[in-house]
Design a protein. Structure first.
Length: 443
């Protein structure tokens, strides 16, 4: 991370000549512009920049779609203002002479753009701040690493790709060392970009790995998360390889994004330690709201294919102490006591997921919800409520959620319901390889 003064010195010395200004879109991607460093310092720092408001009103393939109140052909697809948050200014070491800064979005009326993922999380953090609380979080992202380049993968229609490992390398040193030329670069360059790397390790699926980072305040964690995803893809690409954060790339194990979460008072006191009843109510809120807020944990059609029995992805709305079969796992003790939400996959938008966890937790705390007994045993075969099995169900639960409307506001709820409708309509209209193989001759 660099200060504005440090950036000015780097620009003067010629070490930096480009600054990326980037927002996070609904899909959790960095979108923005590469600008000259001089223009950034002279114009964008004092005035902000402009970007088309369709960036929060398109589908995954960047197609303009109907149904968004804030952006449409009818309103002319105008601009919003991108205001740099200089606390996010950092070097992007995987790119030559480049820095990166993340932005908040405003309308020309200088009011926040409410459906912006970063704004949604900031509003929930404000609700915590009103209660004298601070959220700490860490996200554990898994991905699958391939020897093929992104261009080759496209040309092969993403079939018959060559993973870096051909067997389960979970905790394997030999297996992970095979991928160390790429994984090591990701660790080192993320460190240079200001992320605090703790470790990397292998996972179960062929070529599956994860890099883990130290917890931070929730907003910084979400900011780091999207920088890491972009940087990891760019590092792999520059080395002639590719990686995917799809929740479920194939029929083997999916890729998760376990979210570790705790609360502290503003003086740093861990309230889950000093006030166990707050922890119980916060966790009870997660259980009560998990199904109706799943759309913020599983935002894509593919997300739901990860929820499979015996796959280390949860299917039960249950909590347990150090129990990986439950959707919510409690770990740590004393000052490190925290909950781990195992529902999100690697395709999650971290701002939305963290906002959902805070909203659910505050629902539990404000209503003093009692915590049910912990689940012991195999939750896959329990009679506990189930995580929604598809996006249709999650969409309807979100639409009917009074908690979502109260926590996020009607504007946000309607915006993300339309997002779900767009994805569902596109998927329902698609003819898949599965259908062709199953029915071409035999039906």
């Amino acid at each position: 991370m660099v200060s504005l003064t440090e950036l000015q010195h780097l620009v003067s010395s010629g070490a930096i000549d480009t600054v990326i200004i980037a927002l996070t879109d609904m899909q959790g991607r960095l979108m923005g512009k590469h600008v000259t460093a001089e223009f950034f310092l002279e114009e964008i720092v004092p005035n902000g920049a402009e970007g088309c408001n369709y960036l929060l009103a398109v589908d995954t393939e960047m197609r303009t779609v109907d149904g968004y109140a804030m952006s449409s052909w009818g309103t002319g697809y105008g601009d919003f203002v991108m205001k740099p948050d200089l606390s996010t200014l950092r070097i992007a070491p995987w790119l030559e002479k480049t820095a990166l800064v993340q932005v908040d979005l405003e309308g020309h009326d200088h009011l926040p753009v409410l459906p912006s993922p970063r704004q949604i999380l900031k509003r929930q953090l404000e609700r915590l701040e009103e209660r004298g609380l601070v959220a700490l979080a860490a996200t554990e992202l898994e991905f699958i690493l391939f020897k093929d380049s992104y261009e080759t993968a496209w040309k092969k229609a993403y079939r018959d790709l060559e993973p870096f490992n051909y067997y389960n390398v979970d905790y394997s040193i030999i297996g992970t060392s095979r991928a160390e030329p790429v994984i090591g670069q990701i660790r080192r360059q993320m460190t240079q970009a200001g992320l605090v790397v703790e470790n990397s390790k292998g996972e179960c699926n062929f070529g599956q790995h994860e890099v883990n980072f130290k917890y931070k305040d929730a907003l910084s964690t979400a900011d780091d998360h999207v920088v890491y995803k972009t940087g990891a893809k760019e590092i792999a690409s520059r080395m002639g390889h590719s990686l995917t954060f799809m929740a479920k790339f194939n029929e083997r194990e999916g890729s998760s994004c376990h979210i570790h979460f705790s609360l502290r008072q503003q003086d740093g006191t861990p309230i889950f330690k000093t006030d166990p009843s707050s922890f119980d109510s916060f966790l009870a809120g997660q259980l009560a709201a998990l199904r109706e807020l799943t759309l913020f944990y599983a935002p894509n059609i593919n997300s739901y294919k990860r929820y499979a029995i015996g796959s280390f992805a949860p299917t039960a709305v249950a909590w347990g102490r150090d129990n990986r079969t439950c959707g919510l796992r409690v770990v740590g003790s004393g000052g490190s006591l925290r909950l781990e939400n195992r529902v999100p996959g690697a395709d999650v938008n971290p701002y939305l997921a963290l906002a959902a966890m805070i909203a659910a937790g505050l629902h539990g705390m404000d209503n003093k919800l009692p915590l049910e007994p912990e689940f012991k045993g195999n939750a896959y075969h329990s009679v506990k409520p189930r995580v929604p099995r598809n996006m249709h169900v999650a969409r309807e639960l979100f639409a009917g959620s009074q908690l979502a409307k109260e926590a996020f506001g009607e504007v946000v709820v309607q915006h993300y319901l339309n997002y779900a409708d767009v994805e569902l309509d596109a998927y329902d209209a698609a003819v898949t390889d599965w259908e062709r193989f199953r029915g071409f001759e035999r039906l």
